[in-house]
Design a protein around this ligand. Structure first.
Ligand code: NAD
Length: 437
């Protein structure tokens, strides 16, 4: 099948590459000329495990092409995927300007039946808006608009695309359903259904999924905070409830609050949808509020440990990306935590295996970026662990203690065992567990 993918970020590039892998001819288009040049030469501009090998293979076998020219991408396409940004707008609503602009741009190149597939996360009613734009200039038989939200996780994006837990197709067009089923067939197994529904339900499904996951995180953060007051152990509580199949054991990890390019904006956007529909989505408002407080809660622990004055204190930070296995720092909790520590006078020495370049683009040189985790610890008064990269999970504690001025660890991700930290002689403050001193 001839396929065009407009927007080659985390979603678009993975979608395009994986669809080429199953034998389709895929043109990926992006306005970012530097990115396109990189991809053309077989380089992946993002950190996404497993992507480069697929990208190189499909370029070599002439199934995957990159361009900045929208006409080249869409002219002979049977399906056009829109994988464009939908950032948070001023009022919390999703900014649809990218999606609507490209919808207008493609009209002039559509002269045969084409399916426009929205992969971006968009509010209910967006497929209708795209259809209206196309209908103004094209007869109805020339196109269908489908909502096909993406559920991949950064860091596991290739795996998730190749083995999805489900595919959601939102449309009433039998023709479009048939084509999409054909396209997704190679990725199906008996445990991964293709769910066909109306487009509005498909659009809401994506927001409901992300908001529910965010809710699980905020709930566990509240249980953790209460645990600290009651002297209970959130790890045991997590295991105690996670073994209940109705609850499940995933996404029950408390921490420093959720971040990333999706949860914060999607929860806000769903709340905005509720507001304009004059529905007070009380739980969602609390999810947002708890998440904001959780970042402050973690930072305050460090500030209080140093009696509110961090001037002259050197704080090592391990982890800057919003989660491990990605270089994505969008809405990463590290920004807010570090800003607050700087405001209190601290000097920050940070290390992240993949995200330092992206972090530096936004934070600049106000902090030191280190070559490895141990360099960040030299003469440090404390270590703050913000992202649970595997690299941080079994360090050389003796070496750490020797390097640090003060053996104090604030672990925002509970990556160490409390007894182990006691034996190693650290002050150890984690989330929802008794501090070790
Ligand atoms: P991204 O920012 O990584 O990529 C978007 C790409 O679109 C960029 O490369 C940008 O240069 C390009 N672009 C912008 N304007 C363009 C235009 N007019 N024409 C062509 N290209 C243009 O975004 P992303 O993370 O891939 O997310 C895309 C959408 O998918 C968003 O709606 C997001 O919410 C959703 N989504 C993201 C994830 C994720 O994990 N990142 C998962 C599921 C869904």
């Amino acid at each position: 099948m001839n396929i065009a993918v407009i927007g080659t970020g985390y979603v678009g590039l993975v979608t395009g590459t994986c669809l080429a892998e199953t034998g389709n001819q895929v043109y990926c288009m992006d306005v970012d000329a530097d990115k396109v040049a990189m991809m053309k030469s077989g380089q992946v501009p993002i950190y996404e495990p497993g992507l480069e090998i697929l990208l190189k293979r499909n370029i070599k076998q002439n199934r995957l092409f990159f361009t900045t020219d929208i006409e080249e991408a869409v002219a002979s396409a049977k399906v056009i995927f829109l994988a464009l940004p939908t950032p948070q707008g001023g009022d919390g609503a999703a900014d649809l300007s990218y999606v609507l602009k490209v919808s207008k741009q493609i009209i002039q190149y559509i002269d045969h039946y084409t399916i426009i597939i929205n992969k971006s996360t968009v509010p209910v009613g967006t497929a209708e808006k795209v259809r209206e734009i196309l209908s103004a200039e094209l007869p109805d038989h020339l196109f269908d608009v489908v909502s096909n939200p993406e559920f991949l996780r950064e860091g596991k994006a290739v795996e998730d695309f190749l083995k999805p837990e489900r595919v959601v197709i939102g449309t009433n067009s039998e023709k479009a359903i048939k084509t999409l089923k054909e396209l997704y067939k190679p990725f199906q197994n008996e445990n991964s259904p293709i769910l066909v529904m109306d487009e509005r339900s498909a659009e809401l499904t994506k927001y409901a999924a992300n908001s529910f996951l965010a809710l699980k995180i905020s709930f566990m953060n509240e249980i953790a905070n209460l645990s600290e007051i009651l002297g209970t152990n959130v790890d045991m509580i997590r295991k105690g409830i996670g073994t209940d199949e109705r609850i499940g054991n995933k996404f029950l990890y408390p921490g420093v609050g959720y971040g990333g390019s999706c949860f914060p904006k999607d929860v806000q956007a769903l709340n905005n949808t509720a507001q304009v529909s004059e529905y007070d989505f009380k739980i969602l408002r609390s999810v947002i509020e708890v998440n904001k407080l959780q970042k402050q809660y973690f930072t305050n622990k460090i500030i209080q440990y140093f009696d509110e004055d961090l001037s002259g204190k050197k704080i090592a930070v391990w982890g800057l990306s919003f989660k491990p296995d990605t270089d994505d720092v969008r809405e990463a909790p590290a920004f807010e935590i570090i800003e607050k520590l700087l405001e209190k006078g601290a000097e920050i020495h940070a290390f992240d295996p993949e995200a330092m370049d992206n972090f530096k683009k936004l934070m600049g040189d106000r902090i030191q970026y280190c070559h490895d985790p141990y360099e960040a610890l030299q003469e440090a008064d404390a270590l703050a662990i913000i992202t649970e990269w595997t690299l941080f999970k079994s360090p050389d504690f003796k070496k750490m203690k020797k390097l640090m001025r003060r053996a104090a660890i604030f672990d925002g991700r509970n990556i160490y065992d409390c007894n182990q930290m006691k034996n190693a002689g650290f002050y150890y403050n984690s989330v929802g567990r008794k501090p070790i001193s």
